[in-house]
Ligand binder design. Structure first.
Ligand code: ACO
Ligand code: LMR
Length: 613
């Protein structure tokens, strides 16, 4: 590549630090400019490896991530530019390392606040090694249609608007990064566009100077005119004056030194940039503008007429035939808008994949069924209230939410002998983790064990609504060949009543406005226990019928809604939730006692396997 060129269409770079947005902007620029290969070859994330996924047009590409500059240059020998997004603390060592690396030719340093001593050292190294630093404290640079440093040029709309996706005839160099975009805008409206644009940064000791870039532009035959923006403070502009006078700069140059307003302030006032401070008269913007003008540089009357002067200078070049008309591409590749961006601007919509009415986690705090968790806690809410909100989306009256909580407490455990606990214990002793033990126990819950809550509610409700008497109902279920869910217990009976059932009924009698379905279920028990005294209304059944009584009594639900709640399995949820507490207890209990593998004793099994001769 010619030494006067900063970038070409094949320039490849490293981006130091995970500036994913800047990388995407670089890739979008590449795509728009018709580059074949992405300009970002890899990212450097100190100490980390991996890949970063980014968009390339409508598709996606993976950009490798390297832990060091060394490993990155090893892996990507074609890279000679580093865009350094390191913080002001690490910008110095990382830039120095890049400059000393034989493959890196250009380093753009974005960080502000690098100590002047260190910036001078970097500039010295760069000059000695014939390398180029852009910055520090800059947005970067752009080679129109070739390569873009980080966020230079702004959004893809700006890039299109200012035709930065293809080369024009103007070389631009400014001190200010902030004004670079404005200059792109002015130049694109008054000429055939930018060939290259650089912001050297507003520090007192920039890594490269205005004259460095102007001399490159002078040497570049494709650049027909130059535009530069200086700034009060320092003496850089006088080097331009000397170069014009000595004939080293011959191309038309439009120059404006910013900061002419400083004369109304006392001497020594600093203007934004670290270097923008005029100590002596010659450092003022007025003095520099006059010197430039005297040397033959085109200097407008004010910044406002800069565009006009640029237009006039360009027109002269057009008239004398120095400018070859640029063929504009008929169409530009389309860069799709990012989804999040498009959504924000309201230009797209998409159907959602989920509906959820349980909780909303998007704000500062989670909202349970419409109530922020802090409000529930401060109002003295309990577990029963949380279940009511998350499952039923309602704030239940106290008597109802307390009933739910009581039911959860009551079914929490029934000792190690019951089916679910047994399985959790065996699983725990087989060395499985807690979640496996819990699941093993939960998977045991079903129509015979703990899972008869819904079934009881469903059948009792149907019989009650149809106006059946208890005896007819028992007969009806027998005819259907269905054991009445919620009736019967292996060890509990009329003689050995289940205390849990007594507690639930006692609570309902004292707190529920009505217990119609419970009363019907107890009359069914009257019939079944005539046959066998263990055919009592069991704990599942009691919860089932009382939940129906409760749902009706809250006044929140229609008959159809209650039917649906029962059909969908809400009521079994009470047993599942409560019993999880006991199952976790049993699983951990076995582990804490370090119980070994359980093997069922042979003498407890009747083997019915005949030996075949
Ligand atoms: N409805 C009508 N008849 C019944 C019921 C019932 N729910 N349960 C038992 N019977 C009858 C049987 O048909 C049998 O009659 P038979 O002698 O004429 O043949 C007799 O009672 C004894 O039946 P078993 O199955 O031997 O009774 P067992 O005491 O072993 O069963 C069990 C207990 C499994 C709970 C049983 O009553 C049942 O399946 N009930 C329904 C399911 C249920 O509610 N499970 C939850 C229990 S509580 C809990 O797990 C937390
Ligand atoms: C339980 O709560 O687990 C039961 O009522 C079942 C049983 O066998 O005791």
């Amino acid at each position: 590549m010619e030494p006067y060129l900063l970038f070409s269409k094949d320039t490849r770079s490293f981006v130091y630090n995970m500036q994913v947005k800047a990388v995407q902007r670089m890739l979008d620029f590449d795509f728009l400019s018709g580059r074949e290969k992405p300009s970002v070859a890899a990212m450097i994330n100190p100490g980390n490896t991996g890949t970063h996924k980014a968009h390339w047009g409508t598709g996606e590409i993976l950009i490798p991530i390297h832990p060091t500059i060394g490993s990155a240059t090893e892996a990507h020998p074609d890279v000679d530019v580093m865009v350094n997004f390191a913080s002001f603390r690490s910008a110095y060592p990382s830039t120095k390392e890049a400059l000393l690396n034989k493959r890196i030719r250009v380093v753009a340093v974005i960080a502000e606040g690098m100590p002047e001593r260190k910036a001078r050292e970097l500039s010295f190294i760069a000059r000695k090694m014939k390398k180029i630093i852009i910055g520090p404290a800059t947005v970067g640079a752009i080679g129109a249609g070739a390569f873009k440093v980080g966020n230079t040029g702004g959004t893809i709309e700006n890039i299109k608007e200012q035709k930065l996706y293809r080369r024009g005839s103007v070389g631009l160099v400014t001190k200010s990064g902030g004004l670079l975009n404005e200059m792109f805008n002015i130049i694109s409206h008054n000429t055939d566009g930018i060939f290259e644009g650089v912001a050297i940064g507003g520090d007192k000791y920039p890594g490269s100077s205005l004259i460095d870039h102007l001399l490159r532009y002078e040497a570049n035959p494709k650049i027909k005119m130059m535009v530069s923006l200086g700034e009060l403070g320092g003496d850089e502009e006088y080097r331009v004056v000397e170069a014009v006078k000595s004939g080293r700069l011959t191309k038309p140059l439009v120059f404006w030194v910013m900061g002419t307003c400083s004369k109304v302030f006392p001497a020594g006032v600093q203007f934004g940039h670290a270097g923008a401070k005029a100590g002596v008269e010659t450092e003022t913007a007025d003095a520099k503008n006059s010197a430039l003008k005297a040397a033959g540089v085109v200097v407008p009357k004010s910044f406002d007429t800069l565009g006009e002067e640029i237009a006039k200078t360009f027109l002269k070049l057009e008239v004398d035939g120095s400018i070859t008309p640029i063929e504009e591409p008929e169409t530009l590749p389309n860069i799709p808008m990012d989804y999040a961006d498009a959504l924000k601007r309201g230009v797209i919509r998409k159907p959602t994949s989920f509906i959820s009415s349980v909780a909303d986690d998007r704000g500062e705090e989670v909202v349970y069924g419409g109530y922020p968790i802090s409000e529930i806690v401060h109002d003295g809410g309990k577990l029963g209230d949380v279940i009511a909100l998350l499952w039923f989306g309602r704030k239940f009256p106290k008597w109802a939410s307390e009933f739910i909580e009581l039911a959860v407490m009551i079914v929490a455990d029934h000792g190690p002998a019951v089916s679910g606990a047994h399985n959790a214990i065996v699983t725990s002793r087989a060395g499985k983790d807690l979640i496996s033990c819990l699941c093993s126990g939960l998977l045991t819950i079903g129509p015979r064990f703990g899972g008869a809550v819904d079934g009881c509610a469903k059948h009792m409700k149907r019989a009650y609504n149809e106006g059946m008497g208890p005896r007819d109902f028992v007969k009806d279920m027998k005819n259907r060949n269905i054991k009445i869910p919620g009736i019967g217990h292996r060890v509990k009976s009329l003689e050995n009543p289940d205390g849990r059932v007594t507690l639930l009924i006692e609570y309902a009698r004292n707190n529920f406005p009505k217990t119609d379905l419970l009363d019907f279920a107890l009359s069914v028990q009257g019939v079944t226990t005539q046959k066998k005294s263990n055919l009592i209304l069991n704990v599942d059944g009691t919860i089932g019928v009382l939940m129906v009584d409760m749902l009706y009594a809250t006044g929140f639900f229609s008959k159809e809604e209650v039917d649906r709640i029962v059909d969908l399995g809400y009521l079994n949820g009470i047993f599942i939730l409560g019993r999880s507490i006991g199952l976790i207890g049993h699983s951990l209990d076995q582990k804490s006692m370090n119980q070994g593998l359980y093997r069922h004793p042979w003498d407890d099994i009747l083997y019915q396997v005949e030996r075949k001769e």
